[in-house]
Write a protein that binds this ligand. Structure first.
Ligand code: V55
Ligand code: FE
Length: 490
């Protein structure tokens, strides 16, 4: 027997737990699924298996629930499975929550001391033949990309000594090398960062350990031809606070945002920390170099985007009130004052970007993001809950040269959108020519659509819409893998 979940804003309405695993063969489709698409769209959403041990919980602490949309010959087959983490399995056996607050092992049932706390709820990416479920507080969990069966937690055969691993690794389009890191690498609230380069067969080619100026969230990263960038958010951890049962992250409006820069094969002595005024960084669009300077495209908001991680006074702004823009951050690696300059690229607060992965690390032209269309904003108050990406209700196609929003598509007046993935039409297609695949939340129908847009003109609306008969909670992130990539045996 499972007791009811709390009816709190982060656990009800659109974000109420779904808790099921299952398959839906041959989705109902309006329009035509392009027959040149052969692969799978993977995504992961937090979805707590049991009611929270401490009465309520935040969205970020839910168990990872992975879905795959297998697209082939104009058909789409759907699958949804939990990441069967050690934590998921132990709680399933106990039929209740044993783990407590987000990243706070001091609030756990003593019976699970020392067990991995990962939920694998933040991103799913293919590497070395496996689908990896990622959560930045832990090591990755491998899954079979065809069956979504969990293979298990991995430290890459003992090569990765970091206790943590980012949810946003970057892949060099030429070598397939995975550039990745863990922060809090020696344990919760430590300032240690462990940086790795892992080749396509899972071998660690490079490793460097260094410390961040303060123990803060490093959620994403960026890769250029010669450098790796680590954006440090002004969200700070403190071991004493955690031991006292306090919240893991605290927003500090007095801190700069930092950009750690290291050459791809650099050591700890090569790391330099560039600064820009206080801001809340979103997700990496892309980064590249031009005439010795590094350009890093990333959304920056004027205040804390995580209302569940307030400042020392308990204050956090309502997410819909945030202002900001997609910025182009200029870092001159030779600059001695270590200042980074940020200029507006696109004057819209947008996030969850997708770019053409073949152009990662180089100058590029096409970016696709989720943004806000005020003319069709759903009445969020009427939903009686705060969907995680509440203010985002449109897809934007941005020209990354001029910053102009070339095209937008808004699915309607009572809709929300989730992170899109970009799929090129074929390997020889020009940059940005292909498809955008994403989930749309139909708040009025309490149901989701999977949409496929042609990037030649996203404003024309979907070329195909798979009508799901149920609601898909908001995901954090996902990725596309071609059939060739995920049916290859390891
Ligand atoms: C993020 C999400 C997380 C997390 C840390 O979106 C940062 C940022 C879903 O979990 O643990
Ligand atoms: Fe993220």
């Amino acid at each position: 027997m499972t007791k009811p979940f709390p009816r709190s804003p982060q656990m009800s309405g659109w974000e109420a737990p779904l808790r099921f695993e299952g398959d839906l063969y041959d989705l109902e489709i309006e329009g035509e699924v392009p027959t040149d698409l052969d692969g799978a769209f993977f995504r992961v959403a937090p979805d707590p298996q049991y009611p929270p041990r401490l009465g309520d919980d935040i969205f970020f602490n839910g168990d990872g629930s992975v879905s795959s949309f297998r697209v082939k010959d104009g058909h789409i087959d759907f699958k949804m499975r939990y990441v069967h983490t050690p934590r998921y399995l132990r709680e399933r056996e106990a039929r209740r929550s044993l783990f407590g607050a987000y990243r706070n092992p001091y609030t756990d049932d003593p019976s699970v001391a020392g067990l991995s706390r990962t939920t694998g709820n933040t991103n799913v990416v293919m590497h070395d033949g496996l689908l990896w479920a990622l959560k930045e507080d832990s090591l990755p969990v491998g899954m079979d990309p065809e069956t979504l069966e969990t293979v298990g937690l991995s430290d890459f055969a003992g090569q990765v000594k970091s206790r943590t691993f980012t949810a946003h690794p970057k892949f060099d389009p030429e070598s397939g090398d995975m550039f990745c890191f863990g922060y809090a690498a020696r344990g919760e609230a430590t300032p240690d960062v462990a940086y790795y380069v892992i080749d396509p067969s899972g071998k660690v080619k490079h490793e460097a350990w260094f410390t961040s100026p303060y123990p803060a969230m490093i959620h994403d990263m960026a890769l250029t031809e010669n450098y790796v960038i680590f954006p440090v958010s002004p969200l700070v951890s403190d071991l004493e606070r955690i031991k006292n049962g306090g919240i893991y992250w605290q927003w500090d409006s007095g801190l700069d945002v930092l950009f750690g820069v290291i050459p791809r094969l650099g050591g700890p002595e090569d790391v330099r920390w560039f600064r820009a005024p206080n801001a809340f960084p979103g997700h990496t669009l892309n980064a590249f170099e031009d005439r010795g300077k590094i350009y890093y495209d990333v959304p920056l908001a004027d205040d804390n985007g995580f209302h569940f991680f307030p400042d020392a006074n308990g204050y956090a702004p309502h997410p819909a009130s945030l202002k900001g823009a997609v910025m182009r951050v200029e870092i001159d690696p030779k600059r001695s004052d270590l200042r980074a300059r940020a200029e507006v690229l696109t004057p819209a607060l947008a996030d969850f970007p997708a770019v053409d992965d073949r152009y990662l690390t180089t100058a590029y032209r096409h970016a696709f993001l989720t943004g806000a269309d005020p003319s069709a904003m759903p009445n969020l108050a009427a939903l009686k809950a705060m969907p995680f990406n509440g203010p985002f209700n449109a897809f934007l196609h941005v020209d990354a040269h001029s910053g102009d929003v070339k095209k937008t598509w808004t699915p309607g007046p009572m809709a929300g959108v989730q992170e899109p993935v970009f799929v090129s039409r074929d390997q020889s297609a020009p940059e940005g020519d292909g498809y955008l695949i994403a989930l749309v939340n139909r708040y009025d129908e309490i149901r989701s659509d999977l949409v496929i847009l042609d990037t030649a003109d996203i404003a024309a609306g979907p070329v195909a819409t798979a009508r799901l008969p149920f609601r898909m909670k908001n995901a954090l992130h996902g990725s596309w893998a071609s059939a060739e990539e995920f049916t290859r045996s390891r």
